[in-house]
Design a protein around this ligand. Structure first.
Ligand SMILES: [Zn+2]
Length: 133
């Protein structure tokens, strides 16, 4: 079975993010009222409760905040074990993202990392993380 068998389940808020990611654009939401950056996408600002926002494209750069080694075979055909990292974004410090680790060695807490896009097909790309620079 291929990786295409399991796809992200999108909703009203997350679908535009996945569309951007498929175009290899990395963005978070920016509140039009107070400027708060947020991820994952949601309808209202958690600071000022207004529903007005826009996408803001940022660099997929951040620091490793945590990581796990998964031995659970969620994806048929995926190689276990694999590493999932939690990254705090440098340009949006309130935002964390999760993704697969693509470094040669294990990640280190606080390590500077950069996201890269792995295209599954034309409609789906995943953001993976590896050492920056
Ligand atoms: Zn706001």
């Amino acid at each position: 079975m291929s990786a295409e068998a399991i796809r992200p389940v999108t909703d009203r808020d997350s679908a535009p993010w996945w569309e951007r990611t498929a175009r290899h654009e990395f963005a978070v939401q920016e509140c039009e009222t107070c400027g708060t950056l947020r991820f994952p996408a949601r309808a209202y600002c958690h600071r000022c409760r207004t529903p007005r926002w826009r996408w803001r494209q940022i660099e997929p750069v951040g620091r490793i905040e945590s990581w796990i080694v998964s031995h659970q075979p969620f994806l048929p055909g995926a190689r276990e074990p694999y590493v999932v990292v939690r990254v705090r974004l440098a340009e949006a410090l309130e935002c964390v993202v999760y993704g697969n680790w693509r470094g040669d060695g294990p990640p280190e807490d606080g390590q500077l990392v950069r996201g890269s896009f792995t295209a599954v097909d034309e409609a789906l790309s995943l953001v993976d993380w590896g050492p920056a620079g």
